[in-house]
Design a protein around this ligand. Structure first.
Ligand code: C5P
Length: 210
């Protein structure tokens, strides 16, 4: 059983993915982490994440085991991720890891919940369930701003909003695997919903069988 969850930053897709994985006892993969790891790896060797060759070399070295070991949730990693994510060869490399996770979820689990930008459209186009999670840019920026402050990182709301809009634009307009809902995805706008309500909505769809 594969559940694909896509959506922009701050939409609540990660919270939903974790909630579903916990409720159903499925494995969870946050695919943004793969791009973040590659972006940071390129920066760590002193290169620009917009350097296609450096990004590809680092993508080739990535091991799924490593993604939870380093702190990759800051905004430097997010910006670098968005740059390496524009390269088809990088995406192809990471696609192999994602497909492997989907076809044999770790820990012998019976299913996988995978979240990102192109899971329902590219990575798992034949997923059993697809959700596209969204929210207004202002709400998403507010959430992200609070998250950064809670992590002890300096944050200015206006800057978070403009960074988020820039990253959305880059993710939506790129020619390869752009961010968009799959035709058969259930779209949930979380602007006015709390995490429990979003989880309950998705679980209801899954239990009803589609
Ligand atoms: O989800 P997260 O904000 O961690 O993703 C960071 C960046 O990685 C996104 O802005 C996007 O450019 C890229 N990404 C992607 N495809 C995915 C997941 C993330 O292109 N499936």
């Amino acid at each position: 059983m594969i559940i694909a969850i896509d959506g922009p930053a701050g939409s609540g897709k990660g919270t939903l993915a974790r909630g579903l994985a916990d409720s159903l006892n499925y494995a969870h993969l946050d695919t943004g982490k793969l791009y973040r790891c590659v972006g940071l790896a390129v920066l760590s060797i002193g290169k620009d994440p917009a350097d296609a060759e450096a990004a590809l070399q680092e993508a080739k070295k990535l091991d799924l085991q490593d993604i939870d070991n380093i702190d990759i949730m800051g905004d430097t990693a997010a910006r670098a991720a968005s740059k390496v994510a524009r390269f088809q060869k990088v995406r192809d490399e990471l696609l192999k890891l994602q497909k492997k996770f989907a076809s044999s979820p770790p820990g012998g689990r019976q299913g996988a919940v995978i979240d990102g930008r192109d899971i329902g459209t590219v990575v798992c186009a034949d997923a059993d369930f697809k959700f596209f999670i969204t929210a207004s840019a202002e709400v998403r920026a507010e959430r992200r701003h609070k998250e950064l402050l809670a992590r002890g990182e300096p944050s200015i709301y206006a800057r978070v909003l403009s960074d988020m809009l820039a990253r959305d634009e880059s993710d939506k307009t790129r020619s390869i695997a752009p961010l968009r809902p799959a035709r058969d995805a259930q779209v949930i706008d979380t602007s006015e919903l709390d995490a429990n309500t979003v989880l309950a909505t998705a679980l209801k769809t899954i239990k009803a069988g589609g």
